[in-house]
Ligand binder design. Structure first.
Ligand code: ADP
Length: 249
C-alpha cells in the first residue's frame, strides 16, 4: 500500500514504521501531532488495534488499563490504591488516572502523538484531556469501535491467557490446539481475573453508564468522531479501516 510519508514519524529517535505485513511502510498524513483516541466497550478490540497502529505509526500506545495493572504488579502506592477496583471491574478515581496520563504525555516519546486506549472513560477525564491537548496544540481524532453486545460477551467470556508467555486465546475465535493448554509452551491457560462473568458484567455496566455518554460530549464539542463497525471483521481489516480514516486527517 503506497501511503505518503510525512515528517511525523521520522524525527530523530523515532523508529521507522512497519506495517502489519512487516514491510517498511509509507505513512499517512495526519495533522501533526495526532492524538488518536480509541473508544469502545471492553472487548471491542482497542488493545489489539492499538498494537497494530503502534507498528504502523511509530507513536506510543497509552493504555490506562496496562499502566494500572503494572502499578498493581509493582505493589506501589498507586497499585495498592487501585487493586480492588480493577478486580471488581469498577473505574478507578479520575484524579488517579488523570495524573498517570498527564505524566505519561510529558514523556519525550509522546511528543509526536500517541494512541489512547481506555482513556478518557468519564466526563471529568474527557475534560482533562481536552485541556491537555489544547495546551499542546494537539489534534484529536476519536475512533469508536462499534461491536455487537453478543460478540462482546463471547469475546470476553471466552478469553484465556497463558500465564507464562502472555499469549491470548479465545475459545471461539482463536482456540488453542489442545483445549486449555498454551500452543507455545504447554502451560495451563488461565482466565484474567477481571474476565470472570460477574466482573465482566460490572465492566460493561461501567462502560454503559460512565463512558458511552462521552460520545455525546465529543459530538457537542465538535471533535472529529468516527464510527467503525468492528463486530465481524478480522483485526487486520478493522485496522485498514482505521488507517484509511487517519489518512484523511
Ligand atoms: P477493558 O477496556 O477491557 O475494561 P482495560 O485494561 O482498559 O480493560 O481496563 C481494566 C480496568 O482498569 C478497568 O475495569 C478499570 O478498573 C481500570 N481502568 C482502566 N482505564 C481506566 C480509566 N481511564 N479510568 C478509570 N479506570 C480505568
Amino acid at each position: 500500500m503506497a501511503l505518503r510519508k510525512t515528517g511525523l514519524l521520522n524525527t530523530a529517535g523515532t523508529p521507522e514504521p512497519v506495517n502489519v505485513q512487516g514491510d517498511r511502510s509509507q505513512i499517512p498524513s495526519p495533522k501533526i501531532p495526532l492524538a488518536l483516541v480509541l473508544f469502545g466497550s471492553p472487548g471491542s478490540g482497542k488493545g489489539t488495534q492499538s498494537k497494530l497502529l503502534v507498528r504502523e505509526l511509530g507513536i506510543p500506545q497509552i493504555s490506562t488499563g496496562d499502566m494500572l495493572r503494572e502499578h498493581v504488579r509493582n505493589g506501589n502506592g498507586v497499585g495498592t490504591k487501585v487493586e480492588a477496583k480493577l478486580k471488581a471491574g469498577i473505574l478507578v478515581k479520575d484524579e488517579v488516572v488523570n495524573v498517570l496520563v498527564e505524566e505519561r504525555l510529558a514523556q519525550p516519546d509522546a511528543a509526536n502523538g500517541f494512541i489512547l486506549d481506555g482513556y478518557p472513560r468519564t466526563r471529568a477525564q474527557a475534560e482533562m484531556l481536552c485541556r491537555m491537548l489544547a495546551a499542546r496544540g494537539i489534534h484529536e481524532v476519536v475512533i469508536h469501535l462499534v461491536v455487537d453486545y453478543n460478540v462482546i460477551i463471547a469475546r470476553l467470556t471466552g478469553r484465556r491467557q497463558c500465564p507464562v508467555c502472555g499469549t491470548l486465546y479465545n475459545d471461539i475465535s482463536k482456540p488453542p490446539k489442545v483445549p486449555g493448554v498454551c500452543d507455545l509452551d504447554g502451560a495451563k491457560l488461565v482466565v484474567r481475573e477481571d474476565d470472570r462473568e460477574e466482573v465482566i458484567r460490572q465492566r460493561l455496566e461501567a462502560y454503559e453508564k460512565q463512558t458511552r455518554p462521552l460520545l455525546d460530549y465529543f459530538r457537542e464539542k465538535g471533535k472529529s468522531l468516527y464510527e467503525i463497525d468492528a463486530s465481524h471483521d478480522a483485526p487486520e481489516q478493522v485496522f485498514r479501516k482505521i488507517e484509511a480514516l487517519i489518512r484523511k486527517q
